[in-house]
Unconditional design. Structure first.
Length: 214
């Protein structure tokens, strides 16, 4: 039992030393609905009906993005925040998204401090994620698959030196009147899954070796 405890402590130490841990950017729990987080902002296309608010639910607060297309161009608006965070060494953007059974997308725009803007989730991108479900679902976008939106600005390489995130909402349909009512929660960056698997496998191996010696 003593050897087992030592191995657990060692495994935790390895995880800590490796820096393999998720970085939460926003979970909306510090906000009082319907107010947005301090310093953040909503925006909308000219003439569109679009709103960003914080809503409460059984699982806690979340960002509600809803709107109706009046211009027949699908783009409604969205929400963003200036909130610098070091995401170097992390591999994926992970977000919980609530669909309403309609059809639309969220474009995830990640701004770095050198002026670079990388984006994913939108139509035509490698990470295109149509929101066509009802209820909550976790989506993951690899940083390596994001598209540079302003080539020639900054070093054109994703480094994880995050400055700001914008969530841009578009609804489906081919005529005015299309609408969406999405939820977003637990925006975070996570480490490479393979790294966690490797560390987990190492722990299992150490435990197995320890038991064989008994």
């Amino acid at each position: 039992m003593k050897r087992f405890s030592i191995l657990v402590v060692l495994a935790v130490s390895l995880l800590t030393a490796s820096g393999v841990s998720a970085a939460t950017w926003e979970d909306f729990e510090a906000s009082t609905p319907p107010a947005l987080p301090s310093g953040s902002y909503g925006f909308q296309d000219t003439g569109e009906l679009s709103e960003a608010t914080v809503a409460g639910g059984p699982g806690g607060n979340y960002l509600r993005l809803n709107g109706t297309d009046l211009n027949s161009n699908w783009y409604l608006g969205g929400w963003g925040n200036y909130k610098p965070q070091d995401w170097s060494g992390l591999s994926d953007l992970v977000v919980n998204v609530k669909g309403d059974g309609s059809y639309g997308t969220i474009k995830y725009e990640l701004y770095e401090n050198d002026g670079d803007v990388f984006a994913g989730g939108y139509y035509g991108s490698p990470t295109y994620t149509p929101i066509d479900w009802t209820g909550w679902k976790t989506i993951s976008l690899p940083f390596a698959s994001l598209i540079d939106q302003n080539a020639g600005t900054g070093n054109d390489v994703w480094t994880g030196d995050l400055k700001q995130i914008n969530l841009v909402v578009a609804c489906g349909g081919t005529s005015p009147g299309g609408s969406v009512d999405f939820g977003v929660d637990d925006i975070q960056a996570v480490p490479e899954p393979a790294s966690l698997l490797l560390l987990g496998s190492g722990l299992v191996g150490m435990l197995a070796a320890s038991r064989r010696k008994k």
